[in-house]
Design a binder for this molecule. Structure first.
Ligand code: AMP
Ligand code: GLY
Length: 650
């Protein structure tokens, strides 16, 4: 049998305490009440406690609560009108054991929203005491009022949600009339929640998820944060992670306390299958997010799935859409999708003959297999095309088959659809910046900046993309017996003839994930669970309206030789992290305590948010100005978002 303690004060009337006492007496709550604690001897609830012969403790000073609770050592502590602040050290001593009831609808993640039964947004009433909260329901003309029962966290009026109740607001309701009805439901909710927690087969919030994110780049960091924000997630493990992913300094920003859930396994490399399985066992992992193209192409979804581990991402067969450009183009043709003219070859001579038969135009020569993002060569003329055909040899097996494509002319964009094999939800559009220098000059990179959303994809274009591209892909993949579950990434080009497909990828983009994931307001674990269970259709995914821009901090020399920058110290990161609206996602970065060092070409991605591109961009560059790499070795583009900025001026 569990042991509970109820904390009251002289503000309430003790109805929650009474409901708990009745719940225990009737046997519904399988627990004993070890003590009723009040900060004042005048609390009305004390009468109720005495009537039922319950032990009473008076604790006028908040500092005295922890020693008392430690002495009693209860399984659960129930706040029922306790008016004193609970010190963080009490919360730390009883994690996921202190229950509270709040007169508002607490979301599962800090940026989330709860739906009322009629689908409208529910009010959180964060920071509002009971009367003000009830008044707020009325003042806001909400359709429903409601309460949340939750575990306490360091964040005020927030924490893992145990249950919610709603009460329809009636015409002519006053604070008194509304609260009277809500109170009945609140009391019942408290009993139901406690009954569940104390039942022998229910382990309470211990059944929260442990998630493993494979990878070490900015995208994977952004994913780890999205999972960590979910109250349904207990811990997020990263293999291997980077120097910023497990950096937790609550002094920097109290709102990011959830980052403490993230832990790295730096010794387990991204493609170390045995190491990953080992970590899954050791950390009792419930869900793996494969996140990264090489991991997906290596079939980790299938391989981990066979071991009985739930995995988010497409199977190896479904992800052929990304790892085999020839298969992908043939699929697109079969399902009438808009593609550039192309031909595939596995014979150099035939390919050269074909090039010579074409007019002298720009062509793209592409290795069919994965080639670390370097398998695509732009040829300005026939001579360069022939050189590119010869160069396919460098890519080994990946270049044995290659494609020759006409060059599409227009503006590129990225669009992401979350898919469960049957249905899909489009998140936001984004625009990547692939060239290393301003004005889209210099060599191609993995992506050195991004904006979301981008104005290239207007509402009308989005509608066309949904019906003529995304829907047929999902249906086609189902017909091919390769149902697509995961993130479908359309690399598109808006040409004079409409949208054309450059390529599909089977995961979030990097650095697009960094500007899209933070805008998703729906709990991210709920989204992945819906995908795994094929229930995306029933889920409304909410996004905020902010514009985000990411600027990659690179080692000077990248994407060429930057070896002299490796190990150099990075300055100014901590200062930037303190600025509201700025997040930093690590990539090629290492840490020693609170000092950071370069370990890659793209070192970090700084993300700024604003109400429009102007505001986001201004914030991003103000923050970037605070960062430097020892020996003047930081390079970043100063013009990220330039196309959207120009569009805005038009
Ligand atoms: P990929 O490796 O397939 O992402 O291609 C790299 C980049 O090459 C794309 O982001 C485009 O900028 C460009 N690209 C690839 N195919 C074409 C094409 N057919 N026409 C124009 N640009 C292309
Ligand atoms: N944004 C480019 C990529 O993720 O492949």
């Amino acid at each position: 049998m569990k042991k509970i303690v109820v904390l009251i004060s002289n503000i309430g009337t003790g109805t929650n305490l009474q409901a708990i006492i009745d719940g225990v007496k009737s046997g519904k709550i399988n627990a004993t009440i070890a003590a009723v604690v009040s900060d004042s001897p005048d609390a009305k609830g004390l009468e109720r406690a005495k009537k039922h012969n319950l032990p009473v403790e008076i604790v006028p000073k908040k500092e005295d609560l922890l020693p008392l609770l430690k002495k009693i050592n209860p399984d659960y502590v129930c706040l029922a009108g306790w008016k004193q602040i609970i010190l963080d050290k009490v919360i730390d001593a009883f994690p996921d054991q202190i229950l509270n009831t709040h007169p508002g609808l607490i979301p599962d993640s800090m940026t989330g929203v709860v739906n009322n039964p009629d689908g409208t947004d529910a009010l959180w009433n964060k920071g509002k005491m009971t009367n003000k909260a009830i008044q707020n329901f009325l003042d806001s003309h909400a359709s429903y009022a409601g309460c949340t029962n939750h575990f306490l966290s360091h964040e005020f009026d927030f924490g893992p949600v145990l249950g919610r109740c709603f009460e329809k607001i009636r015409k002519g309701d006053t604070v008194e009339s509304l609260y009277k009805r809500l109170k009945v439901k609140e009391n019942k909710l408290y009993v139901d929640v406690l009954a569940k927690l104390c039942s022998s087969c229910q382990r309470g919030m211990e059944d929260r998820f442990n998630v493993l994110v494979i990878g070490s780049n900015g995208r994977e960091h952004a994913l780890a944060v999205a999972y960590a924000k979910s109250n349904k997630v207990k811990k997020v493990i990263m293999t291997p992670g980077n120097g910023l992913t497990d950096f937790k300094n609550p002094k920097i920003n109290r709102r990011t306390i959830f980052l403490r859930k993230i832990k790295n396994y730096p010794e387990v490399a991204m493609l170390d299958f045995d190491g990953i399985v080992e970590v899954c066992k050791k950390e009792k992992i419930d869900l793996v997010d494969v996140a990264q193209d090489d991991v997906i192409a290596a079939g980790y979804v299938d391989k981990l799935g066979k071991l009985g581990i739930a995995v988010f991402g497409p199977t190896q067969r479904a992800s052929e859409l990304e790892w085999d450009k020839q298969w992908a183009r043939n699929f697109m043709v079969k399902y009438n999708l808009p593609v550039p003219k192309f031909k595939s070859f596995n014979n150099k001579e035939k390919a050269i003959f074909y090039v010579n038969s074409l007019p002298n135009k720009v062509l793209y020569i592409k290795a069919a297999g994965l080639a670390l993002g370097k398998g695509v060569i732009r040829a300005e003329n026939k001579r360069e095309a022939v050189d590119a055909i010869h160069a396919m040899r460098k890519f080994g097996k990946s270049g044995e088959t290659f494609l020759i494509e006409e060059a599409l002319i227009g503006e590129e964009f990225s669009l992401f659809a979350i898919c469960d094999g049957e249905s899909f939800v489009i998140t936001k559009s984004a625009q990547d910046h692939k060239r290393i220098f301003d004005g889209d000059k210099g060599p191609n990179t993995g992506g050195v900046g991004s904006v979301a959303p981008t104005g290239v994809v207007t509402a009308a274009i989005l509608r066309i993309i949904k019906t003529t591209i995304i829907k047929p892909v999902i249906e086609g993949m189902k017909k091919e017996r390769r149902p697509f579950k995961g993130i479908l990434y359309l690399g598109g080009m808006l040409t004079e003839q409409g949208v054309k497909i450059i390529e599909f990828n089977c995961r979030w983009g990097d650095p697009e994930a960094e500007v899209i994931l933070p805008s998703i307001k729906t709990d991210y674990l709920t989204i992945t669970e819906s995908v795994l269970h094929g229930k995306l259709n029933n889920l409304k995914i909410k996004m905020d309206n902010k514009v985000r821009i990411s600027v990659a901090g690179c080692s000077k020399g990248y994407p060429g030789d930057y070896s002299k920058v490796l190990g150099k110290e990075i300055f100014g990161l901590l200062e930037t992290m303190r600025i509201p609206g700025i997040s930093i996602f690590g990539s090629g970065i290492k840490r020693e305590r609170e000092r950071f060092f370069v370990s890659g070409g793209r070192v970090f991605h700084l993300v700024a948010e604003g109400k429009n591109i102007l505001e986001a961009r201004k914030k991003a560059y103000q923050a970037m100005a605070l960062i430097s790499i020892e020996g003047d070795n930081l390079h970043f583009r100063k013009d990220i978002g330039w196309r959207d900025l120009e569009r805005m001026k038009q």
